[in-house]
Design a protein around this ligand. Structure first.
Ligand code: TRP
Length: 455
């Protein structure tokens, strides 16, 4: 292990900074793009309830486990396991996480590219219509254009690299401290407009009145996958961020606050989007295109609406950026610490690799539209495989590591800040979940959702 602990390791400098950066990782396209489209596809409120249950029993415990591992080891996702379980194969969890980071970023950076593109399209009046057909066409044209797809993706990668090169405290933390409050403020503006639309009530009913008749094994797996994706767990992001936490940071209370903030933003995004969907006579199950068609349609129907469209996509861009910083930080921290590369070199190398892998997702609606595996384009494959396979498997492995290898004593020591916090019962509760409940749930939901067992 060379240079695995540089003289003074960069990290988050204040408690507020920790919350802003961690919340910045959790809140992302998952809230405004994935959550509404999955909720719409899976029948509304019933899906929302499943998702919240999965968040409490699966996402949150795994998040706490990852933060604890990272802070104890004070290292990147791979080295952390090598430190806590020397000479054993557990580091493979971290290695799998680094690979997952590439697959997630491949499609994530593309959707982020569309969001950035929409800021400019809205600002230049290119989306100034309320006609769903015309908006559908505009979105279709964008994603089917290989040149625009690649360029927007690369611009996103360059932006993220620039922030990462600035560092953990000077880049990620200081930026997120400014962006998170802005995001909440912008979201509130959008919601007020959406709730005052005629027919808003129908959208709220869809979001809050459950109909369990549409729930299948695949629905439950999608809800669980979303709970991993939302809290950025199952691939080492929270291990890496945990390694930047200060020793006096209260891990469980930070995780709970981030979880609550994140669920709140998803629900608020649902409140912003579904009333609009129904008010304009769209179908809620439009899938990934939902966001890019409904939002312009809604706002363009009011005076100064074009401005609201710009506001909404700026909000999306803020959310996506914080999340991407945390995904790309996983390989960057590894290359930086384990191989001793400078942050700059590590970030540039990672971004170039991301551009290569990402291009297969960017071209999934044009040049590679007919290249399919398991009946899915690269884009859909990365999206499906990461949330529904890689993150759950990674999360399961983390549960097994904490529950059966690292052990309750060490885990509790980390959660109680060496018995100084008086929260030993919280630590015991989460340890019990991680040892028995979460792994079994993940295992069963995974096999059932993939059709390997039938319940
Ligand atoms: N949580 C982010 C979102 O909802 C995405 C994200 C960031 C992520 N880091 C991650 C997903 C790590 C999985 C793993 O948009």
């Amino acid at each position: 292990m060379n240079s695995s602990s540089p003289k003074s390791r960069d990290g988050f400098t204040s408690s507020l900074g920790v919350i802003a950066a961690t919340l910045g990782s959790a809140i992302g396209l998952g809230n405004i793009w994935k959550f509404p489209s999955l909720t719409g596809l899976n029948g509304g409120a019933a899906f929302l309830i499943l998702y919240v249950v999965c968040t409490l029993l699966v996402g949150l415990p795994v998040m706490i486990a990852e933060l604890a591992i990272g802070r104890r080891a004070k290292a990147n996702a791979i080295t952390s396991f090598q430190k806590l379980a020397p000479k054993q194969a557990w580091w493979l969890i971290g290695a799998a996480g680094v690979l997952s980071a590439f697959l997630i970023m491949a499609f994530y950076s593309e959707v982020a590219g569309w969001v950035f593109a929409y800021i400019f399209k809205a600002a230049t009046g290119a989306l100034a219509t309320t006609d769903p057909k015309a908006l559908g066409q505009a979105f279709g044209d964008l994603i089917a254009d290989p040149v625009q797809s690649l360029i927007w993706q690369w611009l996103v990668l360059i932006l993220v690299s620039g922030i990462l090169i600035a560092g953990v405290s000077k880049g990620i933390e200081s930026l997120e401290k400014k962006l998170m409050p802005a995001l909440f403020a912008l979201l509130l503006v959008v919601i007020v407009r959406s709730l005052t639309l005629p027919g808003a009530g129908q959208g709220l009913e869809f979001l809050f009145k459950p109909d369990f008749s549409k729930v299948t094994g695949a629905t439950i797996l999608a809800a669980m996958g979303l709970s991993f994706f939302k809290l950025s767990v199952g691939m080492g992001t929270m291990i890496t961020y945990g390694s930047y936490f200060r020793d006096d940071q209260n891990i469980p209370s930070t995780a709970i606050r981030v979880m609550l903030g994140d669920v709140l933003v998803s629900i608020l995004a649902g409140i912003a989007i579904f009333p609009a969907v129904f008010s304009f006579g769209f179908k809620p199950d439009a899938g990934p295109a939902l966001l890019f068609i409904t939002i312009p349609a809604v706002f363009n129907s009011i005076p100064l609406g074009g401005l609201f469209v710009v506001v909404f996509f700026v909000l999306g861009a803020i959310a996506a950026t914080g999340a991407m910083l945390s995904i790309v930080e996983v390989p960057v921290a590894f290359l930086n610490e384990q191989l001793g590369w400078s942050r700059k070199k590590a970030t540039i190398a990672t971004s170039i690799a991301l551009a290569v892998v990402g291009s297969t997702a960017a071209l999934s609606n044009s040049a590679l539209a007919n290249t399919k595996f398991f009946d899915k384009t690269f884009f859909d494959l990365y999206d499906f495989a990461s949330s529904n396979v890689l993150l759950p498997v990674g999360g399961l492995a983390i549960c097994l590591f904490v529950g059966w290898r690292w052990g309750g004593q060490e885990f509790a020591r980390e959660l109680t800040n060496r018995e100084s916090l008086g929260n030993i019962r919280v630590a015991r509760l989460f340890f019990g979940l991680l040892k028995f409940v979460t792994p079994i749930l993940v295992f069963v939901v995974l096999l059932n959702g993939l059709g390997i067992i039938k319940l």
